[in-house]
Design a protein around this ligand. Sequence first.
Ligand code: ZN
Length: 391
Amino acid sequence: MLLLVKNATVYAPEPRGVQDILTGGGKILALAPRIDPAQLPGEVEVLDGDGLAAAPGFIDAHVHIIGGGGEGGYATRTPELAVSSCFAAGVTTVVGTLGTDGVARSMEALLAKTYALREEGLSAFCYTGSYRVPPRTITGDAMKDIMFIEPIIGVGETAISDHRSSAPTVQELARLATEARLGGMLSGKAGIVNFHIGDAKAALTPLEELVRPGEIPRSQFLPTHCNRSAAVFAAALAWARAGGYIDFTTSTVPGFREHDELSAACALRRALEAGIPLERLSCTSDGQGSLPRFDENGAFAGLGIGTSASLLQTFREAILGEGLAFDVALRPFTSSPAAMLKLRGKGGLAVGADADIILIDPRDCRLETVIAGGRLAMHGGDVRMKGRFEA
Ligand code: ZN
């Protein structure tokens, strides 16, 4: 069925003024100042976008879709992602990742969940591997996974500078990065390595050592949790200034901020003030990931859970709290991750792009409507597309 959004102020994410947007067959068919539904063939659902901003659906490129964690014992393993939580937060694309536990959780389960989310109407991709090096894969080889398994776009999240990592050597990381890179080149995918940066002093130093010989480009890496502390943030700014991508985590729990964590919105503003181009900045939720706290001796001290909702909250905070312009704040959630991860048809509103559209009230940044693949997923706070077993 055709779906027509009338009179919305379009941010593609660059401002395009008031336009009508016609979608059908999962794609944006037309974007023009006036599209008359009476002139269109067949049934057309019309949505009034008057006074609302239309933007690309959010891309959440670091989500523990089959759950994560377990750092406080088996009972602290977190649950799977429910698709409705994405739509409620304006997220229309996710990239799934395993995380700390690549033993009791498998790549096969991650891939199956990726396919399940697609069946539920979400655009879903995943990384191969877990915290550990060499990575846990499906075919036994990260390069093969990227080349032959369509939803797999790279490797991650691979942990460095963290007591939960496998303490990989620079040589091991170089091998992993070149395999991911070649797999990406041969399949036309990003082949990027998503690095979890932990609290250890080394921060991004292992990555700086990888790019120093000039053999692997910085764009091959996407370090995340870059706002976890002042020290990591400073190292991340240096990495980005030299041309690297950096990702900020939007989920947080009380107590983290006291340990000099920056909010993702504040990190965005400060990175922009430091002159980092928008194309190098992204935000992800770390959704369904555990947010364990450890005391100064490394002992487990409590647990929270990442949420998709934090992505939307951060977007609002970036505009209403940090003063970023609407079109500027949009990009780390849309066009920037789409380009970093080579997600074709994602992150922008244009004819031929995927019909992933959100409508937001620009005055208070309230999310009004979510269209995923041309289908109405959320409207007026009512999530219409849910998983089979959601109430
Ligand atoms: Zn992580």
